[in-house]
Design a protein around this ligand. Structure first.
Ligand code: 5GP
Length: 208
């Protein structure tokens, strides 16, 4: 099993601020590869094809699933979302720090494949704050907001599985916390790194 990867999975209720934080990290750390998922969800105002997501039809998505093109995929709030396998492998080969912004189902699946991946759960201090943020976005109907809140309550039950927990009250504090976490990933040890260092240390000291 591959062990020389550096990954951070960001999960947590939709509306907690994951996308804003991801955008910040990508701008701050040039070495990050942000995994862009494919989705069957309709494009929101202000979203661009290939930036937030690859927006594809349900038929195309199902073809991708049949052809094993996804590392993981899930139905979230009634739409399909999936992570492309080939792009992740390329990012691992380039030694990039890989950032995922996916739901808790995706987190559980990625951890099965990449058990050494780090993870951070981003949430609000309570459900009222989340509800106000979702309503403030004006991008979803009341029914969809309701579904997202129910899902948030379910996702909160898995919070203890994550390496880090960020209650996103103050966005500047959250940015600082995540910057520290990303920086720490540059120092994560792996079999490959320690082996090459050990080889550098193989000088011959003659026994007298
Ligand atoms: P949104 O529609 O608000 O962009 O995303 C809805 C949820 O789907 C979010 O929790 C987001 O993190 C999650 N998501 C986005 N892409 C993927 C993916 O490729 N796989 C999984 N499992 N979840 C995803």
């Amino acid at each position: 099993m591959q062990t020389d990867y550096k990954m951070l999975i960001l999960s947590g209720p939709s509306g907690a601020g994951k996308s804003t934080l991801c955008k910040y990290l990508v701008e701050k750390f040039p070495d990050i590869y942000l995994s862009i998922s494919s989705t069957t969800r309709a494009k929101r105002e202000g979203e661009t094809e290939g930036k937030e997501y690859f927006f594809i039809s349900e038929e195309e998505f199902k073809k991708g699933v049949e052809n094993n093109e996804f590392l993981e995929w899930a139905n979230v709030h009634g739409n399909y979302y999936g992570t492309s396998l080939v792009n992740i492998q390329k990012a691992i080969d380039k030694g990039k720090v890989i950032l995922f912004e996916i739901d808790v189902q995706g987190f559980n699946n990625i951890k099965k494949i990449y058990p050494n991946a780090f993870s951070a759960f981003i949430t609000t201090k309570n459900i009222q704050t989340l509800k106000s943020r979702l309503e403030f976005r004006h991008s979803e109907s009341d029914a969809i907001i309701d579904m997202r809140l129910k899902n948030a309550i379910k996702e909160m039950q898995e919070v203890s599985k994550f390496s880090y927990l960020i209650v996103n009250e103050d966005i500047e504090e959250s940015k600082k916390a995540l910057s520290c976490i990303i920086t720490s990933l540059y120092y994560v040890n792996s079999a490959n790194i320690s082996l090459s260092l050990t080889q550098n240390w193989q000088i011959n000291i003659k026994d007298d």
